[in-house]
Design a protein around this ligand. Structure first.
Ligand code: ZN
Length: 160
């Protein structure tokens, strides 16, 4: 995969680091040049700055301890990833996320996963009822998390 020339938030990938295999020299918008592992630039939540973004975030949310800021961000990202994963996951037996057809009872089971725990939302004869139950649960459980995430975003720099 050729990542040279790619822009990742504040970073621009300049060239391979010939001194460190698997690392790339990146130019940060703040002026710093850093050597970053290719994986860190291509993974789902990539490195986005030389570290200056994290410092600014820490300042912005009024936390002096950088590790604490990082921990806060991770906490919110993790929460949101849980939501996104379950949103994207289409259940194989019903074709709808969070709705599963019980092959024995021929009833639809609605459920929702929150922080790795499955909450049972009941059994339904009609698929539509199960989908409605799931939707209601999404509004109840996910909306506050999404709101919290957006609020963090509004305060800037949630994702470091
Ligand atoms: Zn920087």
């Amino acid at each position: 995969m050729n990542i040279i020339g790619m822009n990742i938030d504040r970073l621009k990938v300049m060239e391979e680091d010939h001194n460190k295999p698997g690392y790339f020299i990146c130019q940060c918008q703040c002026g710093n040049t850093v050597s970053i592992k290719a994986y860190s630039l291509t993974k789902r939540n990539p490195t986005r700055s030389c570290g200056c973004l994290r410092t600014e975030t820490a300042r912005m949310i009024g936390v002096n301890n950088l590790n604490k800021a990082h921990e806060l961000n991770r906490k919110y990202n993790t929460k949101f990833q849980v939501i996104e994963c379950s949103h994207n996951h289409k259940n194989n037996t019903s074709g709808h996320t969070g709705v599963h057809l019980n092959p024995v009872t021929h009833k639809y089971i609605a459920y929702i996963n929150i922080h790795g725990k499955r909450i049972n939302l009941g059994n339904y004869k009609k698929l539509d009822d199960a989908i409605a139950a799931r939707q209601e649960a999404e509004d109840k459980y996910f909306a506050p998390l999404i709101a919290a995430k957006n609020e963090m975003r509004a305060q800037k720099g949630v994702i470091i």
